[in-house]
Design a protein around this ligand. Sequence first.
Ligand SMILES: [Zn+2]
Length: 96
Amino acid sequence: MPKHTPSMAKNKIRRSLVSIIDPYPSKSEVDQLWEYFESRCAYCGISINRGSRTGHLDHLIPSSEGGSNSIYNHALSCARWVIPRKLTAVKSRIFS
Ligand SMILES: [Zn+2]
């Protein structure tokens, strides 16, 4: 299998262009998110050690559904909420 297929190249180009128009949160914005959520998972409240790299910035509205990379569309979450998109419905109920 080739290292880079045309499809992979297309996705990389698309992500690069999107990052210009809709940049990911800056380091200071990421710091603000950690502070806002008091280093706790927004969904289950578990304490997350920032140095452990188990915390994630999760899109509240997935980018596949039109959600932006804005700081306002992110929540701090532990690893168990990152996995399935199936949980989107659960997240929607929590934040509605
Ligand atoms: Zn959690």
